[in-house]
Design a binder for this molecule. Structure first.
Ligand SMILES: Nc1nc2c(ncn2[C@@H]2O[C@H](COP(=O)(O)OP(=O)(O)OP(=O)(O)O)[C@@H](O)[C@H]2O)c(=O)[nH]1
Ligand SMILES: [Mg+2]
Length: 353
């Protein structure tokens, strides 16, 4: 804090001096007056707290020193805002007499579900160009492949996604489902989540309870052992960690000991409880050409579901599974178009079927 006393024959004169010396953020601490040569003479004690300015400076310096990654992330968010505004203007200027009133209602509903402006603009453009029905066009924009069907078939399935989205839960639900459908099958649960002891214990505990094989892979050595064992199992489910800030899936995958598992299907687990902006961030973070499908969890906790359509449309990855409960029983559904449309247009969870 810098404190100074200023003097003058009028308050205006003194305030001017204070402003010139201490700036706009100065505060008056004390004022006294006395008579000098028959005129009122003012003495004003003022102060300014420089620590705030210094903090601001530090922050600005920090921004200048921000990493290329952070800058790119900021640029990406700004670009997305900008794009949304362009789409919104585009949509408003589109001539829409070719839409029936039912189609208009459906589009309004999709907007409220939060499918995103570019989804709506693309839908409108396709409706204008094609004579096909509304649901056909929507279906073509959003790929769905039920879990277990080609091209998602395979012996090894890896689940990736943000912290706490439900990766471990999905694996346990799928392993139990597979066991029910194939009672003599040999199932192996693999943990590559070497960041969190809690998730590891959870998976190992259930593997023991349900008589599944269990492996932990921390480095290349365990990875190579697992590769040698693949043929021993009918189904292998691999649990991975949520990735820390600054690490993209690409980077993690390149150094991952399970990268060499041939024909493994990688599924990105997301939830509609995240905002569309958060979903866009995760789609960016986990973007990888090896991804096979999108798995959606916590449907029971979400209030809108537009991000499910948005993500499938943007990535053209099929939706494969739905999870709609925290319990392991009766909370998993293989994705299908009827389930998806019921969820989007009627907010009906798969459990109602
Ligand atoms: N309501 C609801 N809760 C769920 C669902 N799936 C998972 N959960 C809960 O979400 C929490 C996190 O689930 P996990 O399976 O541990 O998530 P994860 O992605 O493995 O988490 P990390 O390993 O910490 O990254 C747990 O309390 C689960 O019971 C779901 O579909 N609905
Ligand atoms: Mg986990």
């Amino acid at each position: 804090m810098q404190v100074k006393t200023f003097t003058g024959f009028s308050t205006q004169e003194v305030l001017k001096k204070i402003k010139a010396t201490l700036g706009d953020n100065a505060v008056i601490l004390n004022t006294t007056t006395e008579m000098k040569n028959g005129r009122k003479f003012y003495q004003v004690m003022a102060a300014v707290d420089n620590s705030l300015e210094k903090e601001e400076e530090r922050l600005l310096e920090g921004m200048e020193g921000e990493s290329k990654r952070d800058r790119e992330e900021r640029w990406y968010i700004e670009w997305n805002h900008f794009k949304d505004q362009i789409y919104s203007i585009l949509k408003d200027t589109m001539d829409l007499p070719y839409l029936s009133s039912r189609q208009r209602t459906a589009i309004r509903h999709l907007e409220m579900e939060g499918v995103g402006e570019d989804f709506i603009v693309n839908l409108l453009a396709l409706l204008r160009r094609n004579g096909a029905s509304f649901m056909d066009i929507l279906g073509r924009m959003v790929p769905v492949v039920p879990w277990g069907e080609e091209p998602l078939q395979g012996r090894c399935h890896i689940f990736v996604g943000p912290h706490g989205v439900g990766k471990t839960s999905i694996i346990l639900k799928l392993a139990l489902k597979y066991r029910r459908e194939h009672p003599d099958s040999r199932i192996c649960l693999v943990n590559v989540d070497n960041y969190q002891a809690k998730g590891k214990m959870f998976l190992r505990h259930y593997a023991e309870l349900s008589d599944f094989s269990y492996r932990e892979v921390e480095g290349l050595k365990e990875g190579a052992v697992l590769l040698g064992e693949v043929g021993r199992f009918d189904m292998i489910f691999v649990d991975t960690p949520g990735l820390p800030k600054g690490m993209d899936f690409d980077m993690w995958w390149e150094n991952s000991p399970i990268k060499l598992m041939e024909g493994a299907r990688i599924h990105l687990v997301l939830s509609p409880v995240y905002s569309l902006q958060q979903i866009q961030h995760y789609l960016n973070k986990f973007q990888n050409e090896s991804l096979s499908s999108l798995v959606w969890t916590k449907l029971d906790e979400a209030c809108i579901y537009g991000s499910i359509l948005y993500s499938a449309f943007k990535t053209q990855l099929p939706i494969s599974l739905f999870s709609y409960g925290a319990t392991l029983k009766n909370s998993l559904a293989v994705a299908s178009r009827p389930l998806l449309w019921n969820l989007i247009f009627k907010h009906r969870l798969p459990s109602f079927h």
